[in-house]
Write a protein that binds this ligand. Structure first.
Ligand code: 2AM
Length: 179
């Protein structure tokens, strides 16, 4: 099973983010835009995990001692890629988010999972393979959504599957923070 652990977004935050992505769509000549049902903030990407190791993933999640915290989402940014940019919505991350991500990663590594060593850059992916008509510099200010804040009170284990050519994420398990 292809798995990752993520923070899910409230429905109104997804709606607002989708409006920004809709505007972005008008400004690209190429790009793939995931639907709002796929918006999330990844905490840990596990990749392929045998089903019999699911309990170990759940126990790593439950061992985290984080309390709920507030997150603010800001404007747009991008990772430059030769095949077209990844465009994302910025997460103005408090220390609590970095602590949670570190705690979770340490717990997973202790249980023998291998994680990517790249630096944690919290973000919400809005587009992949994006090629802009007039350059990203003109896009980001025009399409930027207003900042929005919400309380993070849980994290969710997601299964990622390709179904009919589409990525479908299915929640498998949830850990409530501070429980
Ligand atoms: P992305 O949105 O920046 O692509 C499910 O694929 C989630 O795991 C996505 O949020 C993706 O980040 C993240 N992820 C991290 N490392 C990945 C990898 N090596 N392959 C695929 N997804 C990865």
């Amino acid at each position: 099973m292809r798995l990752f652990i993520a923070i899910e977004l409230p429905a109104d935050v997804k709606d607002q983010t989708e409006r920004a992505a809709g505007d972005l769509k008008q400004r690209v000549e190429a790009g793939r835009f995931p639907g709002k049902q796929n918006y999330h903030i990844t905490l840990a990407f596990l990749g392929e995990v045998p089903r019999q190791r699911l309990d170990s993933v759940k126990s790593a999640m439950d061992s985290c001692r984080a309390e709920p915290f507030t997150l603010t989402l800001g404007g747009l940014g991008r990772f430059r890629r030769r095949e077209g940019d990844v465009v994302w919505r910025k997460v103005e991350a408090p220390d609590a988010l970095f602590s949670l991500q570190k705690d979770l990663s340490d717990s997973l590594i202790q249980r023998g999972f291998e994680l990517e060593s790249r630096k944690f850059t919290p973000h919400i992916t809005l587009a992949r393979g994006a090629v802009f008509k007039n350059g990203f510099g003109t896009v980001a200010p025009g399409s930027a959504p207003d900042d929005v804040s919400f309380t993070v009170s849980r994290m969710t284990l997601m299964e990622s599957r390709l179904t009919g050519g589409k990525r479908v994420y299915t929640p498998m398990y949830t850990t409530v923070l501070g429980a």
